[in-house]
Design a protein. Sequence first.
Length: 118
Amino acid sequence: MADHWTLTVRSGPRVQRMRFPTLGETIDALEERIDALAPEARRHAIHAAGRRYDPARQVAVRAEIAGPGGLLGGPRGGVDMRGDGSVEAYTGRVKRRLVPLLPGESAHDALRRVLQEV
């Protein structure tokens, strides 16, 4: 069983995977990657299958964290950067649950808080 944390960052067709020994280092790397990719994350509204998708509904960058414990046992969560530049944290993988932000808290800090509780 793996004893490391894995960060997977998806931006368009690019996928980058990194491993870290601690949750803190993983969240720090997630924040750095999200900040670095922010300038290219802006999107315009698109029309597909007869529907309009505004930038706020498009995920431009997804950064996912998988904790020690493998596919079935480890804590999971991540951060989505939307096409309008907004960022939201979530837990889970298949069934994502948004993480509510506390006053003055960033999405990265909220993710850190909930994954430390697991």
